[in-house]
Design a protein around this ligand. Structure first.
Ligand code: SAM
Length: 241
């Protein structure tokens, strides 16, 4: 059966898809593979692997959300360094009414994202080509989001500087991490405090499909991020808080 790995795994997360959503995932897979022949978007191209390592892994973020958040039609999400759309696009396929903003600095990736949004018929999505450090200073995006997400972009102290400025007070930032995370999480204390966050919970994603240890590190936004953050592009990486 088509998408059986995704359907099975998502079932364990309490997610059921309708026919339209399954069609969207199938089209997303096909377009990803087609575009990947021209541009290097992902090294994961096997049908089963894309279902698990891209789609299911993205959807695991829902484990960090409350029932109210999942059902809120005014929910909004920003995905920082989204690449070919992970985790933002699978989340948008699932949470159809949510507003989604995808931030990515590489133009060929944003070209793909704009094309795939149109092809999947997803609306209320904005694709922005640019650096998170700059976009986070625009009043249109600063402290506007209920949820900021980011996967495989940077170490936590760096990531927090890119992501927390986008979260509104009472919003949350969910970082997806693999493997040994203790040291990285401890090193993020200063950045968390400085940027107006608080470590909420570290949640292990309990899905045998992954065969490795995956975590959702959940930060709550409790006070405004000081105006000087994020610093100019590249500085968070060179001199993490
Ligand atoms: N999140 C996707 C995933 O998990 O498949 C892509 C991960 S990829 C390793 C990291 C992406 O983040 C790249 O596409 C890169 O261009 C983008 N990126 C890194 N730093 C960025 C920044 N400061 N602002 C916007 N995009 C950034």
């Amino acid at each position: 059966m088509k998408l059986d790995k995704l359907i099975q795994g998502a079932g364990k997360l309490g997610i059921k898809f309708n026919g339209k959503q399954l069609k969207q995932f199938q089209t997303y897979y096909e377009e990803l593979i087609e575009w990947n022949k021209k541009f290097n978007l992902t090294s994961i191209t096997d049908y089963q692997e894309v279902q698990v390592k891209h789609f299911l892994d993205s959807l695991s973020v829902t484990s960090a959300l409350t029932k109210e958040e999942l059902e809120n039609s005014n929910f909004n999400i920003v995905d920082i360094g989204t690449g070919a759309g992970f985790p933002g696009v699978p989340l948008k396929i699932l949470l159809r009414e949510a507003r989604l903003v995808l931030i990515e600095s590489v133009g060929k990736k944003t070209t793909f994202l704009r094309q795939i949004m149109a092809k999947l018929g997803l609306d209320n999505v904005e694709v922005i080509q640019g650096r998170a450090e700059e976009i986070a200073h625009s009043p249109l995006y600063r402290e506007q989001f209920a949820l900021a997400v980011s996967r495989a972009v940077a170490l936590l102290p760096v990531l927090l500087e890119l992501a927390l400025p986008f979260c509104r007070i009472d919003g949350k930032f969910v970082a997806q991490k693999k493997g040994e995370i203790g040291a990285e999480t401890n090193r993020a204390d200063k950045a968390t405090l400085t940027l107006g966050g608080k470590l909420g919970e570290v949640k292990r994603v309990e899905l045998e499909e992954f065969g490795d240890e995956r975590y959702l590190i959940i930060f709550d936004k409790i006070s405004p991020t000081p105006e000087k953050y994020p610093r100019r592009p590249g500085l968070a990486r060179r001199r993490p808080i």
